[in-house]
Design a protein. Sequence first.
Length: 333
Amino acid sequence: MNDREPAGWPWLKERLVRLRPANRPGATPDVVAAAVVRTAVVTDSAAALPADWVGDFAADGRLTVVPMPVMVGPEIYGEGEDDITETIAVALATGTPVKTSRPSPGQFEQAYLAAQRRGFEAVVSVHISGALSGTADSARLAASRVGIPVEVLDSKTVGMALGMGVQSAVVAAADGRGAADVRAFAEERLARTRVYFYVPSLEQLRRGGRIGAAASLWGTMLAIKPILAVDGGKIVPLEKVRSAARAVARLEEIVVADAAARPDGQARLAVHHFGNPGEAAELAERLAASLPGIPPAQISSLPAVLAAHAGLGVLAVIVGESSTPQKEPALAQ
């Protein structure tokens, strides 16, 4: 099944296209600009942003997604540059080693310099949790090498939880805000976003160093199907469940309770999977039935850099809120 874009996303894309800066080189001449975009946004491929969404806003340099490398056996692939989903699935099923790494500082340096050449005044660089990857460290090193001011933000999260923060940053930048405001908008949305997920086995997380060996052994020996969360940038156990069916049902209950507690109409959902799109679609349909007041969830395959650690059969749900805060600060002068 193809990734599905929820109802709220076309509105966001339309708004950003409407705010596209007509006075920048290469911009569409007949678009009336509401503000000059002064701040570029950079992120990494762990943000799980849909390719078509990225494509809409990457052409003029306002958004750059730096690919994260994935190593399958002796081969190195770039997330977003290579179609590696099937390769990773086969590798995990056959026991072939799959590892991930941070992007090099040079990759970020190139992204920041490209923004400077396009005339942006600053960059806000938003990245996967520093507790799970050294990506933000690479970005900070690159920031120290360039002349353009760069704000590096450790999102303390992953997947579309990170992606929602990036979206908020792009919205703020499109409104002509400076780097401090863009960063603040991203931080505000990230603080309102939660990640809940279920994995059939803890072994792949253990191999990648994302959980301890004792936790993996505990889950395997007792046939526990854990529900996990990302808290403070780290993967933490949320609940212990005895069966896969009960784990998915309990994941659904947790998500519904969280989303229902959000301000009316503000909750936003994303569902990630790896190798089990049918399960993800069914979960999204049940969530839509339980939460009729919010847009349907976006459904997408987990980014390769995250799938490599979560393993086959993962189901993850991100609960966030609308990318536009209720009360926006005044535009920077």
